[in-house]
Design a protein. Structure first.
Length: 382
């Protein structure tokens, strides 16, 4: 990752991405080509799509609107390629309103109770865009901003793109100017590495995440996917999905995924927490030891054989089973995205941390760097 001074220079110099082109970027003989092409416009600005690919045929596409991952293509056990994330075929779908498909979420992923928090005795008020609470950065969060994009220097077996955005002091009610860079890197180990970097000039809360909806079968619902989550505990929520402050054991509950379990096996069990979330929409407290990314989850789709492993430096992960999808959104190839047709694994700090003193802090101060890494590894069983 480039130095912070380079990032500041990048943001200050342009404020927008380079002119669209279908010409591949220069590459070394051993490295893959990153394709850059036009993808419509938003708010009078050109939107680009950048395509990363590796020697195994895995392909990741992302656009400068919201840093949205529009497509991830991976092989099944027979080698047949399939797109495993929900989304749209054109920019119009992403501009038309959707539940954060593929987007970078910020400044604060997940919910903040009543849209309020206090720093140094000063109360800040945010939009309440999810019932009585603030969700995913507000009315116009990072998911609806146009980001700059810079292709990273290519190396053997690895290609990447860095998205950057400067959030102004007071944007969506948050204090401080926040300069953000999110990097997507694809390597020949079939790992999509997502690196987050941010710095502020005032104390502020930051909780960035990636909001792709996965379906390893490529269609239908996700209830037959087999899930493992490396967590002994989770954070129960109230009826508005705000944590109660308790950190509870998963033992003896439908939230115990320490052994591989079919997602649909207990999703509608008569448990008060499942009633609150209308299914799974909760934060798991990940088992952590040492530094660096730790394994958080594994998902297997038995029919196709496709697998997804997630590792992260974050202390938590929100598993959302697409309970609020209702079939009204028409996505790629005319697909109707019905209830539970995609799941999210949002690596993060815990929801409502600014108001929960017993949760790991999300406060970032001047002179500090916010850094986070999550690795999505794609595979297939034999």
């Amino acid at each position: 990752m480039k130095s912070w001074l380079c990032l500041i220079a990048l943001v200050a110099a342009a404020g927008c991405s380079a002119p669209p082109s279908t010409t591949p970027s220069p590459t070394t003989p051993a490295g893959p080509v990153v394709k850059r092409e036009a993808f419509g416009s938003a708010a009078g600005r050109a939107i680009e799509q950048l395509t990363l690919a590796n020697k195994n045929g895995v392909e990741v596409r992302a656009i400068t609107y919201g840093g949205i991952i529009t497509s991830i293509k991976t092989p099944d056990r027979a080698g047949a390629m399939g797109d495993i994330v929900l989304g749209f075929d054109s920019i119009d779908g992403y501009l038309g309103g959707h539940p954060y498909f593929g987007a970078i979420i910020g400044r604060y992923g997940n919910r903040i109770a009543k849209g309020r928090f206090t720093i140094d005795s000063h109360q800040y008020t945010l939009a309440t865009n999810n019932g009585p609470n603030h969700l995913h950065g507000g009315i116009k969060g990072f998911d609806k901003q146009v980001w700059s994009a810079k292709i990273l220097p290519l190396t053997a077996g690895q290609s990447g793109v860095a998205f950057s955005y400067t959030s102004a002091d007071g944007e969506e009610g948050y204090p401080g100017q926040l300069i953000v860079e999110v990097t997507y890197t694809l390597n020949d180990r079939n790992e999509l590495v997502v690196d987050y970097l941010a710095r502020t000039d005032q104390a502020t809360h930051v909780n960035l995440t990636q909001h792709s909806y996965f379906n390893l079968a490529g269609e239908g619902d996700i209830l037959g996917h087999e899930m493992t989550i490396n967590a002994d505990r989770f954070t129960p929520v109230d009826a508005t999905l705000i944590p109660t402050g308790e950190i509870a054991t998963v033992e003896g509950t439908p939230f115990d995924f320490r052994k591989s379990t079919v997602i649909g096996a207990r999703i509608d069990a008569p448990h008060p927490q499942l009633k609150n979330g209308t299914g799974y929409d909760h934060n798991w407290v990940l088992n952590k030891s040492g530094e660096g990314p730790q394994h958080a989850a594994r998902v297997v789709e038995p029919r196709s054989g496709r697998t997804l492993d997630v590792s992260t430096t974050e202390p938590g992960m929100q598993f959302y089973a697409g309970n609020f999808l209702d079939g009204k959104l028409i996505g790629k190839g005319g697909q109707s995205y019905g209830r539970r047709s995609g799941f999210c694994l949002e690596t993060q700090h815990f929801p409502d941390t600014p108001n929960q003193s017993n949760f790991p802090t999300t406060l970032v101060k001047p002179g500090q760097e916010y850094k986070s890494r999550t690795v999505f590894t794609f595979g297939a069983t034999k």
